[in-house]
Design a protein around this ligand. Structure first.
Ligand code: 5RP
Length: 292
């Protein structure tokens, strides 16, 4: 489906070596947002480094007690001091995370699907008002661009953006990839741009090579990458490094942190890559040093 317009396509020029200017506010494409939006985004992205290490642990909303998240009350709290932002569902937040923490939250607002059925068949199950009641700094759902439920999932995203705009709450647009689609730069570039055009304030997508720099250049708002399936720690740090080097403004990582041999050491290694631009080998050395 994504290939439909390929014939007759002319060469593209992403000017990847010319970063988009960010006058008036530190975040790409965000200068014209209102104060509330900017304030919330400044909690998610560190204004000094301009980057974020988000910790995704919303997997249970479709997978139940998946590996690494069987006991969120035990596995997640030790990671919180090293996390810039939480991404999770409201039930887990309320039941397993102490309300005293001073960390921003991106609230997962979709429901309607599980791994037992079609993952893309989702609706919005959490209102922006309830997300605000739980002090969320942003709301999120995913769009399955090119999938059977493309229209419905874009409508879910539009609903969050529209409601969030009323209250100054930014929306994170996640580009989910159906099984039949390839995670290459052409697809991810299309999906990221489509959700940015709809009005999301930042995008979560996958790293790809070659061409991730073009995905970033073609998307006028910040991109953070998902970690994806668990891989060896050095590989995950390398992927994070390459993504940041090519313009991503952070990671929203789950399995490659909470399934690492030592998750607390891993998240600290990821931080040095994201915030300090540390090379993956050096970050891996740090991981080995910190590992219990
Ligand atoms: C799925 C999500 C998940 O939060 C995210 O992808 C999980 O993170 P990871 O892939 O790093 O385990 O947004 O749509």
């Amino acid at each position: 489906m994504v290939d439909r317009d390929k014939s007759g396509e002319t060469a593209k020029d992403f000017s990847v070596d010319v970063p988009m200017e960010t006058p008036g506010f530190f975040l790409k494409g965000s200068a014209h947002l209102n104060w509330g939006m900017k304030n919330r985004l400044s909690r998610i992205f560190n204004p000094k480094s301009g980057k974020t290490v988000m910790l995704a642990f919303d997997h249970g909303y479709i997978m139940g007690p998946t590996s690494g998240l069987e006991r969120i009350d035990l596995s997640i709290p030790p990671l919180l001091p090293y996390t810039d932002c939480l991404m999770c569902a409201r039930g887990t937040l309320r039941s397993c995370i102490q309300p005293e923490i001073d960390k921003p939250l991106v609230m997962r607002c979709s429901t309607g699907a599980t791994i037992l059925k079609d993952l893309s068949d989702e609706v919005i199950g959490v209102t922006v008002q309830d997300a605000i009641a739980m002090n969320a700094s942003a709301v999120t759902t995913q769009a399955y661009i090119g999938g059977e439920h493309e229209k419905a999932t874009l409508a879910n995203l539009a609903r969050l953006i529209n409601e969030g705009n009323l209250y100054g709450v930014p929306t994170l647009g996640v580009t989910a990839v159906g099984r039949e689609l390839v995670r290459d730069s052409r697809y991810l570039g299309l999906a990221s741009r489509v959700v940015a055009e709809l009005g999301v304030h930042f995008v979560k997508t996958y790293y790809c090579e070659p061409g991730f720099d073009e995905v970033v250049a073609g998307c006028p708002v910040p991109i953070v990458i998902a970690g994806g399936k668990k891989m060896p720690e050095l590989d995950a740090l390398t992927m994070a490094y390459k993504a940041i080097d090519q313009g991503a403004l952070g990671v929203d990582m789950g399995r490659n942190i909470f399934l690492a041999e030592d998750p607390v050491a891993m998240i600290q290694a990821v931080r040095t890559v994201v915030h300090d631009g540390e090379k993956p080998e050096k970050a891996y050395d740090l991981y080995q040093t910190l590992k219990k």
